[in-house]
Design a protein around this ligand. Structure first.
Ligand code: C2E
Ligand code: CA
Ligand code: CA
Ligand code: CA
Length: 278
């Protein structure tokens, strides 16, 4: 226990209590928010960076709190994960993503594929695969248009990662490794995993036009992917220079503010309409 002197000790204790008090308030608000459907999705376009054709979108959750306004995911996803509330929230995100994608396909927006972020906590649920299967059936989305984004940490955190990812793939869903390059997964590991795509983390894209190490890392990821037959997509593309550096190295797909920030339904529709392939 920490404590050089009684006062220090009690101050330390108080701040911990204070923290968990705030945490409980936020947790209750989150619980209520899920029940009262205070969430919505934004969609960030994914493009073929050579043709500028929209190939799909990443679904990103937003919390519109009645008093506090819009709360960004970094403020509540970690809490949702540690409390397990990510399970019902993530289920809603997945259902809504599938429903919306199917609607867009039926309306003739083209063969859009949707990427959904999935937390380890969700994959650990014993009935996860069953739930996913049910959502696909309910929404009628062909699973080949669905992709799960999982972070590298699942390879360390989840005991039966491989078998669960195999089950996911058996359903016909694609798997992408998010924030690739920021974790510690050994590269030899990658080839044994049931994955389809590596998503180069935005930290490597950010300074690719000025930093040789970032250039080298992106090139290494592209070579690795080519050798073992994986797709690569880059996130966080903000500048024309990012596009040229990436495309001259053979990267095909990307997303980022250069093309579009995440958009609400109507704005996404407009974006797709204005970026139709000629
Ligand atoms: P992520 O999966 O790495 O998502 C990419 C984040 O980068 C998004 O932030 C996106 O808005 C932002 N971004 C996109 N383009 C650019 C760019 O050009 N430059 C910069 N600087 N940033 C860009 P967002 O929407 O705030 O989401 C943050 C994180 O929250 C996500 O990171 C993801 O880990 C998590 N998250 C969001 N939605 C969900 C969800 O439905 N489920 C789960 N489990 N996690 C989610
Ligand atoms: Ca993601
Ligand atoms: Ca990412
Ligand atoms: Ca991230």
């Amino acid at each position: 226990v920490k404590g050089n002197g009684k006062n220090n000790f009690s101050v330390f204790n108080e701040s911990i209590e204070h923290q968990s008090f705030e945490r409980r308030i936020l947790e209750n608000a989150l619980r209520k928010g899920i029940k009262e459907r205070q969430f919505y999705l934004e969609y960030q376009p994914k493009l073929n960076i050579c043709t500028n054709e929209v190939i799909g979108m990443e679904a990103l959750v937003r919390w519109k709190h009645p008093d506090l306004g819009t709360i960004p995911p970094m403020k509540f996803i970690p809490l949702a994960e540690s409390t397990g509330l990510i399970v019902p929230l993530g289920e809603w995100v997945l259902r809504e993503s599938c429903r919306q994608t199917k609607e867009w396909q039926d309306k003739g927006y083209g063969p859009l594929s949707v990427s959904v972020n999935i937390s380890v906590r969700q994959l650990e649920e014993p009935n996860f695969i069953e739930q996913v299967h049910k959502i696909l059936k309910e929404t009628g989305l062909d699973p080949k248009w669905l992709e799960f984004e999982v972070t590298e940490s699942i390879f360390a955190d989840l005991k039966n990662t491989v078998s669960i990812l195999q089950e996911v793939r058996k359903l016909g869903i694609q798997i992408s490794v998010d924030d690739f390059g920021t974790g510690y997964s050994s590269l030899s590991y990658i080839k044994h995993l049931p994955i389809d795509t590596l998503k180069v983390d935005q930290s490597f894209v950010k300074d690719i036009h000025v930093n040789q190490e970032s250039q080298a890392i992106v090139l290494a990821v592209l070579n690795l992917a080519k050798t073992i037959g994986l797709n690569v997509i880059a996130e966080g593309i903000e500048l024309e220079e990012h596009v040229s550096r990436l495309s001259e190295r053979g990267l095909l797909f990307g997303q980022g503010y250069y093309y579009s920030k995440p958009l609400r339904k109507e704005a996404f529709e407009e974006f797709v309409n204005n970026n139709a392939v000629v």
